[in-house]
Design a protein around this ligand. Structure first.
Ligand SMILES: [Zn+2]
Ligand SMILES: [Zn+2]
Length: 128
């Protein structure tokens, strides 16, 4: 649990529970998943916790083809823009492939990239 300490954040039960759940699942999670898994905390507290984690780069947003925003744990602060996400069509989970670096694309002049989201869709090892 030194992720909180590492990010310079105070420990609260909610923060520890949220991080613990991300570590346990190992996949991208939506606010609703956390709400369901951690009924001891109300939605506002969970929203605030997610926002704090985003601010401190403990989490990053994962854009998949669903309508809801998902978040995933950032193992290191600087990896978060550059890796690929994988969505499984069978179990519907989205995973960070932190070791797969997204290719850098060259754009026409005067385009400045702030974010890059690369989603691969297919079948994960568990469903294979
Ligand atoms: Zn799967
Ligand atoms: Zn990721």
């Amino acid at each position: 649990m030194d992720l909180l300490q590492h990010a310079g954040l105070r420990r609260t039960r909610c923060r520890e529970a949220v991080i613990g759940y991300f570590l346990e699942k190992g996949v991208a999670l939506a606010h609703a998943d956390l709400e369901q898994a951690l009924p001891a905390y109300d939605r506002v507290t969970l929203y605030r916790t997610l926002a704090t984690f985003m601010e401190h780069q403990l989490l990053h947003k994962v854009v998949d083809d669903g309508a809801v925003v998902k978040y995933a744990l950032s193992e290191t602060a600087h990896e978060h823009h550059h890796h690929v996400h994988f969505k499984c069509v069978q179990c519907q989970t989205t995973t960070c492939l932190a070791e797969v670096e997204a290719p850098r694309m060259s754009l026409p002049p005067a385009y400045e990239v702030h974010e890059q989201n690369l989603l691969l869709v297919g079948v994960c090892p568990t469903c294979h």
